[in-house]
Ligand binder design. Structure first.
Ligand code: ADP
Ligand code: MG
Length: 203
C-alpha cells in the first residue's frame, strides 16, 4: 500500500506558490524522513496529505484511490503543539475517545496513566499531552501517520521514549510514517529513506 501526493501545488495567496509540482510517496510500514528549512512548506505539505487543506492542485491518493472527505481518515496528522490539537474544555478521556475508543494496549504502550484521563489538558505536560495525541491518532483504521515535528518541543529522554513506542506500534500495524523534523540526526536514526523538500519542490 502506498500514500501518494502527485503534482501537488499550493499557495496560501494567489500568485505565491509555496509548493509546486511536489511528488511524494509513502509506503506502508516504512518511515520516510522529510527535511527542509523553516518556512519551506513542510507543514503545509503535511496538512495537504492529511486532508486538512483542500484548496490545492494535484492528487492525494492511497493505492491510486482518492481519500473520501467524510469518515475516518486513514492518514492521521500529529503536529508539534499538542495543546492546539485538543479542546481545552474537555477532559482527557473525552478527547482520547472522540474518534475511536483507544485500546488499553495503546494507552499502556505510551505510558498513559489511568488518573491522567480525568484531567483537563492544562493539567498535563507537553510530553504527556503528545502521548495522548499519538494514542488517539494510532487507531485501528490508521494506515499512515504524518508526524510533523512531534517531539521538537520535548526533552531528549521523552523524545526517545515517545519514538520508541511509535516505532513499535507502527511496525506492528504496518503503518507508513512521514517523519518531519529539522533534526537530521533524529531522522537519520529513524528513517529508511530521506527526502529534502527543496529537491522535490519546483518553487
Ligand atoms: N495559514 C497560513 N496562512 C498564510 N500563510 C501561511 C499559513 N501557514 C503557513 N504560511 C506560510 O507558508 C510558508 C510555509 O509554512 P510551513 O508549511 O508552516 O513551513 P515549515 O513547516 O516548513 O516551517 C511560510 O512562509 C508560512 O509563513
Ligand atoms: Mg512546520
Amino acid at each position: 500500500m502506498c500514500l501518494e501526493g502527485e503534482n501537488i501545488s499550493f499557495g496560501y495567496k494567489r500568485n505565491n506558490l509555496i509548493l509546486h509540482n511536489v511528488n511524494i510517496s509513502l509506503e506502508s510500514g516504512k518511515l520516510l524522513g522529510l527535511i527542509g528549512d523553516s518556512g519551506s512548506g513542510k507543514s503545509t505539505l503535511c496538512k495537504i496529505l492529511a486532508g486538512y487543506e483542500n484548496n490545492y492542485q494535484g492528487k492525494v491518493s492511497i493505492n491510486g484511490k482518492e481519500i473520501p472527505p467524510k469518515g475516518y481518515n486513514p492518514v492521521q496528522l500529529v503536529f508539534q503543539h499538542p495543546e492546539k490539537a485538543v479542546n481545552p474544555k474537555w477532559k482527557m478521556k473525552d478527547i482520547l475517545n472522540e474518534g475511536n475508543n483507544v485500546s488499553q494496549y495503546i494507552l499502556d504502550s505510551f505510558g498513559i496513566k489511568q488518573n491522567w484521563l480525568n484531567r483537563w489538558p492544562n493539567e498535563l505536560s507537553g510530553g504527556e499531552l503528545q502521548r495522548f495525541a499519538l494514542a488517539r491518532a494510532l487507531g485501528p483504521k490508521t494506515k499512515y501517520l504524518i508526524a510533523d515535528e512531534i517531539t521538537t518541543m520535548l526533552d531528549a529522554i521523552t523524545q526517545a521514549q515517545i519514538w520508541n513506542t511509535v516505532l513499535d506500534i507502527v511496525k506492528e500495524m504496518s503503518i507508513g510514517v512521514l517523519v518531519v523534523s529539522h533534526e537530521k540526526n533524529l531522522i537519520k536514526k529513524l528513517c529508511h529513506e530521506i527526502v529534502y523538500l527543496d529537491d522535490i519542490n519546483d518553487v
